[in-house]
Design a protein around this ligand. Structure first.
Ligand SMILES: Nc1ncnc2c1ncn2[C@@H]1O[C@H](COP(=O)(O)OP(=O)(O)OP(=O)(O)O)[C@@H](O)[C@H]1O
Ligand SMILES: O=P(O)(O)OC[C@H]1O[C@H](OP(=O)(O)OP(=O)(O)O)[C@H](O)[C@@H]1O
Length: 399
C-alpha cells in the first residue's frame, strides 16, 4: 500500500501547521517521514539543537542533577505520587504550583512535574533522565526512539488500551474484525476510511502494518467518540479503559483492533544511564523499591502454630498443598516450652506468604492439617536477591 494514502486532515476546530513546523513529529520513522501530512502541532520546551554539517547535534546543557519527570496533572498524577510514597520515596513539593520538587531519600535527584507527552519529549531531548508515564505516551511521542528504555514496564496503574473503534450501526453493523473492515468495498482513494485520533504516529503506523488501504486521519483534542455520530469520521483510534465512553456513543471495538495495551511505566534515557554520573545507581534504587513494593501488593504473611514430630514432618504436610507453599517454601521454627522440667519442641511456628485471592482457602487448608492461632498481616515489601529487570537493563545497555 502507498503510505501516501495516509493523509491527516483537520477537524474544523483544530489548529493547522505544516509538517516542517512540527518539531515533535520531525523525527518520524523513515517509513512515515515525508509521506504523512499532519495538521496539528504541539510545541515543547526542550534544549536547543545545533546543526553541524547537515547532522543534528544536541547541545546538552551542563548539569549534575539527575532529573525525574512525573505527570504534573491528569489521570496519572496522583497515582504516580501514591506509588512513590508506597515505595518510601515521597515527593516533597513546596506548593502544588511549583514544578520542581525532591525526593529526600534520593540525593542529587530533581523531580520535574510535566505533562506526560512533554516528559517523553524531554527524555528524548536529554532534558530529563527518567520519567513515569503511560506506555501509550512513550509509544506515541517516543516514536520508537532507541534512546528510550523501559526500565519497568508494569507499574500496575493507568491501565488502558489504544483501540480502533467503529459504529455499531449502519454499514458497520456486521463488521466485527479488522480484516472485515479492511475488506469493505466502500474504501477507495477518493473516499477513504476516515479515522479520528489523537495518536497521529501510532494510528497510521498500525493501519499501514495491517494493510488497511485508503485511510485518512483527522484529529481533535478530546471527545473523539463524537466524531462518527457527527459525520466527521467513520472510525476512531483512542484510549479505552472501562469501555463506557464507546458504549455510550454507540461504538464498538473489533477483533484485531487493539493497537497497544498500556499501563504506567518507568522509562529512562539510554544516554543518561550510560553517560550521566549517578543515573544508573539511582535507577537501580528506584527499580528495587518499585519491584519490592509491587511484588508485595496483594500478598499476606500468614503465621500459625502446628503440632508435629519434626520440622521436616510439618514441612511435608504444608508442601502437600500448593497454596501453603509460600514464595520459596515455608519457614518453620520450633516453639520451645518446658514440660515436666524438660525443654521440648512439639509445636512449630510456620510462616508463609499467601496471595490475597487464596487467603481464605489457605487458612482453611492450614486448619485442616492442624494449624492453630493463625495470624495474618499485609506485606509491605518483598526484596529478591536481585531483580530480573535490573539484569535486563544491564544487558540492554551492554553492561
Ligand atoms: N480511560 C483512559 N483514558 C485516557 N487515558 C487513560 C485512561 N486510562 C488510563 N489512562 C492513562 O492516562 C494517560 C492520560 O493521562 P492525562 O489525561 O493526564 O494525559 P494526557 O491526556 O496525555 O494529557 P494532556 O491533557 O496533556 O493531553 C494516558 O496516556 C494513559 O496512559
Ligand atoms: O473506556 P472509558 O473508561 O470510558 O475511558 C475512555 C475515555 O477516557 C478518555 O477520555 P477523557 O476522559 O480523558 O476525556 P477526553 O475525551 O476529553 O480526552 C479517552 O480519551 C476516552 O474518551
Amino acid at each position: 500500500m502507498s503510505v501516501a494514502n495516509l493523509i491527516f486532515q483537520q477537524f474544523p476546530s483544530a489548529p493547522v501547521a505544516s509538517l516542517s513546523t512540527l518539531s515533535p513529529f520531525s523525527h518520524c520513522s523513515p517509513s512515515l517521514r515525508g509521506t504523512v501530512k499532519f495538521t496539528v502541532s504541539c510545541s515543547s520546551l526542550v534544549s536547543p539543537v545545533t546543526v553541524l554539517d547537515g547532522s543534528v547535534e544536541k547541545k546538552v546543557f551542563e548539569r549534575n542533577e539527575i532529573r525525574l519527570g512525573l505527570p504534573s496533572k491528569g489521570r496519572m498524577a496522583s497515582d504516580t505520587l501514591d506509588l512513590l510514597k508506597d515505595c518510601q520515596l515521597s515527593v516533597k513539593q513546596v506548593n502544588p504550583r511549583q514544578y520542581v520538587a525532591e525526593i529526600p531519600q534520593l540525593s542529587n535527584l530533581e523531580v520535574w512535574f510535566q505533562r506526560p507527552k512533554d516528559i517523553v519529549r524531554k527524555l528524548v531531548s536529554g532534558d530529563l533522565d527518567l520519567g513515569i508515564v503511560g506506555l501509550d505516551t512513550v509509544s506515541e511521542y517516543g516514536q520508537g526512539d532507541e534512546d528510550l528504555i523501559l526500565v519497568h514496564d508494569a507499574l500496575d496503574y493507568g491501565d488502558c488500551r489504544l483501540s480502533l473503534a467503529i459504529p455499531k450501526y449502519g454499514i458497520f453493523e456486521n463488521v466485527n474484525s479488522l480484516r472485515e473492515l479492511a475488506q469493505m468495498p466502500q474504501w477507495t482513494p477518493e473516499k477513504p476510511l476516515r479515522v479520528a485520533t489523537g495518536f497521529s504516529y501510532m494510528a497510521p503506523k498500525f493501519m499501514k502494518e495491517n494493510g488497511l488501504k485508503h485511510v485518512s486521519f483527522s484529529t481533535a483534542d478530546g471527545a473523539l467518540e463524537a466524531a462518527p455520530a457527527m459525520g466527521i469520521a467513520d472510525a476512531i483510534v483512542d484510549l479505552v479503559s472501562s469501555g463506557t465512553t464507546l458504549r455510550e456513543n454507540n461504538l464498538k471495538e473489533i477483533e484485531g483492533g487493539v493497537i497497544l495495551e498500556s499501563q504506567a511505566v518507568l522509562v529512562a534515557s539510554r544516554k543518561s544511564l550510560i553517560q550521566r554520573k549517578g543515573v544508573l545507581d539511582t535507577t537501580h534504587e528506584i527499580l528495587e523499591r518499585l519491584e519490592a513494593h509491587l511484588r508485595a501488593i496483594g500478598q499476606f504473611t500468614v503465621t500459625a502454630n502446628m503440632r508435629g514430630s519434626s520440622a521436616e514432618e510439618v514441612a511435608e504436610r504444608l508442601l502437600s498443598h500448593t497454596s501453603l507453599s509460600g514464595l520459596q517454601g515455608p519457614t518453620i521454627s520450633p516453639v520451645f516450652c518446658k514440660r515436666d522440667g524438660r525443654v521440648v519442641a512439639d509445636y512449630y511456628a510456620i510462616v508463609i506468604c499467601v496471595p490475597k485471592k487464596l487467603l481464605y482457602r489457605s487458612v482453611q487448608q492450614l486448619r485442616a492439617i492442624g494449624g492453630s492461632g493463625v495470624l495474618i498481616s499485609p506485606l509491605t515489601y518483598i526484596f529478591d536477591e536481585e531483580t530480573p529487570r535490573w539484569h535486563e537493563l544491564l544487558s540492554t545497555l551492554g553492561l
